[in-house]
Structures are given as C-alpha cells and as structure tokens.
Design a protein around this ligand. Sequence first.
Ligand code: NAD
Length: 475
Amino acid sequence: MTTEFPLVINGKWRAGSRKESEPVLNPATGEILGHVCHASSIDLDEALSAATQGMREWQAVSPWSRGTILKRAAELLRENVESSARTMTLEQGKPLAEAKLEVARSADFLEWAGEQARRVSGRTFPGRDLGHRIEIETHPVGVVAAFTPWNFPMALAAKKFAGALGAGCSIICKPSEETPGSVLALARALLDAGVPPAAIAIVFGRPEDVSNYLIPAPQVAKITFTGSIPVGKLLAAAAGRAMKPVTMELGGHAPTIVCGDVDPEKTADFLAKAKFTNAGQICLSPTRFFVEERVRERFTARLAQHASAWRVGDGLDPKTQMGPLANERRLHAISHLVEDAKAKGAEVAAGGKRLGDRGYFYAPTVLVKVPPNAEILRSEPFGPVVPILGFEDEDAMLSQANGLEFGLSAYVFSNDAVRLRRIKDQLQFGTVGLNDVVTHPPEAPLGGWKESGYGTEGGIEILEPYQKTKFVSSR
Ligand code: NAD
C-alpha cells in the first residue's frame, strides 16, 4: 500500500490545489513508497498569508512558553522515534540505528533552541550625555523560507525550525521531495506540542518554482538553505536581489590528514566508521585522505579490508552497516567519479562498483594512486569513496588541502600535540576535528568558510540568524 505525502498549510494536511505529485522511492528497492504532493502558487500564497498570521500568533506566546512548546516537541520526537526512524530509513536508505540517532539529534536541536528561546534579551546602557539612554532590542526577523535536503532529512530541517521558532519567527519549509516523511514527522511533533498551526508550513513542489516564488515574496524576511554550492549560489543571488539575509550551509570536501606517528590500523578503524556513515552522504564527511608515506600502506590495507567487509544492505536489516545511496543521481555521480579516476590512472583497492541491480547500492570504495587531475579530488564525492593520497612534505600537503573553494570541515590525526595545533592553525575550514570526525551537536555553531556557506547554525547563537536588532535612543 502506498501513502500520500501531503502539504501542511495552516494546520491542514492536504494535497496541492493542482493535484500534481511525484513518486517517492525506497532507495533500497526502487519501489514506490507513495506520492508527494506539489504546491501551486495558490498553495504558496496560502502558506505565505498563514505564515504572516502565524508570526503574529507565535509572537503572542511568551518566550518562556515558546521554549516549553519546543521542548515538548523534542519529547514527542523522542517518544515516536521508532516510527519516524523507520519512515526515514524507508525513504532515505540509512540504517535504522542511524535514523534513530538522527531523530534524537533533531530532538536535541529543538530542546536546545527551546532553552535559548527563554534567554532572548536586549541591553540598555547610558548614552554619552546625562539623561540619554540607549536600548538595543532583539526582534524576530520575520517569516523564514527554508530549503532542506535529503541526506539528514529530519535533522537539517530541525535545525532551521528550532532556530526560527525559538527566535519567534514563523517558517515555511520546502524539504527535499525525495524524503518528505521525515519532515512531516517533525511537523507533526511541532503541531502536537502546541506551535500555532499557522506558524509552520511544509510545501513540496518543483524546487526552482517554489524558491523562485518564495524568496522574492514580500512576506518572507529571511532565507536559509542546506544543499549544494551551485544551488546555494542561485538562492543567495535571488535573496540578494530582494536584499534579504541568508544562511547557507553548503557542501564540503574535507581533507583528512593522517600523520605518520599514529597507529595506522586504529586510525583506519575509526575513519572507516566515520566515512561509511550515511553512505558518505554527509557534508562533513572525510573525503580527501592525505596519509603520510610511512604509514600509508598499512593505513590503506586496513581501510580496504574494512571497505571489503562492510555489510551493505537494506537499512531495515539490523545487520546492515551501510544502506544504499539515497537516489539514482548519487549512484550515477559516484560511478562517474570512480570511473573518471580509474580512466586517469587510479587503482581500486576495494569496491569500485555498484552492488546488484536493484536499489542504489554502491560498494564502499578505496582508491589509490589517484592522479591530481581526477575529478574526485575537486568535486565533493558525497558517497562512500575514499581517495588516498600519500604525502611527505607537510607544507605542500597543506596547500593542496586548502586549495579548493570548499571550507567546511577538515580532520587531522596525530599523537603530536604541537603538530596537531600547527596544522589546525593553517587549515582554512570552519570546522576542524583533531583526532576526531565532527558530527554536529546543537551546542556548537557550525558553518562553512569560503564557498561552503554564510553564517552558522547551532551554538548559544542558534537564534541569531533569525533575529534583528532595534537601536532605541531616548532622552
Ligand atoms: P541539490 O543542491 O540539487 O539539492 C539539495 C536540496 O536543494 C534538495 O532538497 C533540492 O530539492 C533542493 N533544491 C535544488 N534546487 C533547488 C532550487 N532551485 N530551489 C530550491 N531548492 C532547490 O543537491 P542534490 O542533487 O540533491 O545533491 C547533490 C549535491 O548536493 C551533493 O553532491 C552535495 O554536494 C550537496 N548536498 C549537500 C548537503 C549538505 O548537507 N550541505 C546536503 C545534500 C546535498
């Protein structure tokens, strides 16, 4: 039996007025799970006027009570983890255990923002002359238009709902049409917890039609997007034309530097798990492996051993360590990157091929002798592929590591504290892991440098992207 994935506008779960929809596929089988409804401009207009009204209603709730509602939504997500994690695995492919962690992380973001919502404050101080007073007030920025992807379909949307609602804004979200159920589960928790129905909307459709409509709409005050750099540039340009602030969480291509003083086997054990999580479809995923020559062979052998033994299968099978790629586009993209590297002289130490002909499974892959002109060293792979590059000269390696337009995350593994810090200081990235690979907890602000984005999400400043200030001068 298939399901409809509706729009959610003003508390109504309904089809689009044009009755247009598209199939949602299970990436493990290629089977149709249901159909996601598309919004027309009539539906988007309704979402915009509801959000304007929702903003007023949400403003009428005190910051303390807004915090209570967000924390209640977090509890509801946790209570319903089994069903929403299953939905996520079915539509996105990740192993059920990873889906449960994502639901938990989404709840953490709502809870964290709920706590921060109670701490919104301004400041008052005396002006230069006696009797002159300066007040700085904090206000919600206005209606937010959010665009979120399919790789962490609940958590990446939850960050935006958490920040926007915590700040007192209403929000219209266009999630990925490929993973609608996860965001609908989030919307259900928010509404059941007591967010006014008009304050949140979920709309699906043809992505460019929806963004072209929402970004310039006068009711919308703020744009936030998570996705690829090319789409981020399009949306940022559209927002710029309307002079609207944006937050952009875009792609990365993380250098992962393994120094010669580490235990190469233990480091490979750690990195295999980090790399193959979510089938490598993580913007923070380690992607360009620079391994110092004296440990390169041992590190490569162990990583290739892991890649060959990694259990790839349906995410609902508890034995599965890695699910399928999330969609057919990724399968083609990963096959293309591996074939391109091979054609230019790279060798396959493990994997290097699609698995089976049903679903979008690709083998965990390790590539060696990857030539500098291989596309995988420039394009974000977003899949379970590890290109290994040896290095001896630290400065040359660092200029290669910093040499792309990406600046999201980078990792260094060493037992030499001085070397770790020296390398860290030279890395031009917004997030750095030292003997660690980063996952994003709500307590840390995360954002990219260079073309990987503008602004941050999370941290004690989680509400700031959704706030504006008013300077009041009085005598
Ligand atoms: P994409 O950028 O085309 O799509 C990402 C999201 O943006 C999807 O939800 C999509 O529906 C939406 N989108 C696309 N065009 C849009 C438009 N004109 N207006 C509004 N929304 C739009 O990426 P993709 O093909 O789904 O994935 C390919 C690449 O995207 C990956 O290789 C990776 O680099 C990047 N990506 C990054 C992240 C991240 O967390 N930073 C997440 C997903 C994808």
